[in-house]
Write a protein that binds this ligand. Structure first.
Ligand code: NAP
Length: 291
């Protein structure tokens, strides 16, 4: 298949690499640095990447970035072929997703929202899970591409429902990690050795995918970004916006948002969201702050 891949960040680059490795004809575009990808053609704009493409795949930071790469001055929309499919693996607003889909649908183009979970390691190993919203026909057509990058596709429902479910999932990740971070901080203050506490978590019913992934990094105090704090913070804002629009109260998330706000003020936006632990550590007078 001919694929335009827009966005070569932490997630996009390994995803596009796996499409190249699966034998697809890939044209890539990235806004600033890191534009080259072995085995792919480098396009000069999103519109340039998208011409002739059967599928335009986006994986950029946020709703504004998707709007820019799709509908900006040199946006992919300008060269979309009729019956092409746009797939968006960024995590963005479900309501904006519906608007974007309607706009391309008017040109006979499908829109599939396919945010992912699995983080950097999952993207590198082709072990992502795609959380999908859209019509059956394009979703089925995309199956070989999903298989090249991931281990599972969960088709949640119509347009925007993939994004909605992804936000629900990230809400849980933010709260589970915060629960872990608070417990980890308290027990350290009480004199428990960190490795022993992790051993207990991993042996017991509180074990989770979140602690499986994060514990090795936390024990090394390695807050290099797998999922940057600024992106989880962006997702928390999306969740709170959606909650407001739909008259849902999320009191625990509102508190966690404050922790992210203060972590951001510390200058930790580009660290992993695991660095929020360091804020609790700082308040508790523990050593080991991010550099
Ligand atoms: P990232 O490393 O920060 O990459 C962001 C990408 O978006 C870069 O290619 C960046 O281009 C581009 N971008 C940002 N603003 C833009 C704009 N205004 N116009 C055009 N391009 C723009 O982020 P990532 O970790 O790959 O995440 C990408 C998406 O996947 C996000 O929506 C994130 O929430 C989601 N996600 C991430 C993870 C994870 O663990 N990392 C997991 C699941 C989902 P430049 O290189 O020019 O800055």
């Amino acid at each position: 298949m001919r694929i335009a891949f827009l966005g070569l960040g932490i997630m996009g680059r390994p995803m596009a690499s796996r499409l190249v490795a699966a034998g697809h004809e890939v044209s890539v575009w990235n806004r600033t640095a890191r534009q080259h990808l072995d085995g792919a053609t480098t396009a000069v704009s999103p519109a340039d990447a998208a011409k002739e493409a059967d599928v335009v795949w986006t994986c950029v930071a946020d709703t504004a970035a998707v709007e820019r790469v799709m509908f900006g001055d040199d946006g992919a929309e300008q060269s979309l072929r009729e019956s092409a499919i746009v797939v968006d693996s960024s995590t963005i607003s479900p309501s904006a997703t519906v608007r974007f889909a309607e706009r391309v649908n008017a040109r006979g183009v499908h829109w599939v929202d396919a945010p992912v979970t699995g983080s950097k390691i999952g993207a590198e190993n082709g072990q992502l899970i795609f959380i999908v919203g859209g019509a059956n026909e394009p979703v089925e057509y995309l199956d070989p591409l999903f298989k090249a990058m991931g281990k599972q596709v969960i088709h949640i429902g119509g347009t925007g429902k993939g994004q909605a479910a992804k936000l629900g999932m990230n809400l849980m990740i933010a709260l589970i990690y915060e629960g872990f971070a608070e417990a980890f901080t308290l027990v350290q203050k009480l004199g428990v050795e960190p490795h022993k506490f992790i051993e207990l978590i991993q042996a017991s019913m509180v074990r989770s995918g979140v602690t499986d992934y994060k514990a090795p990094f936390v024990l090394r105090r390695d807050y290099s970004p797998n999922f940057p704090l600024r992106l989880m913070h962006k997702d928390i804002h999306l969740m709170l916006e959606m909650a407001k629009e739909n008259r849902v109260k999320l009191p625990a998330l509102e508190t966690v948002d404050e922790i992210y706000e203060l972590s951001s003020e510390e200058g930790w936006d580009d660290l992993d969201y695991a660095a929020t632990l360091a804020l609790l550590g700082k308040w508790a007078g523990l050593s080991g702050q991010p550099k």
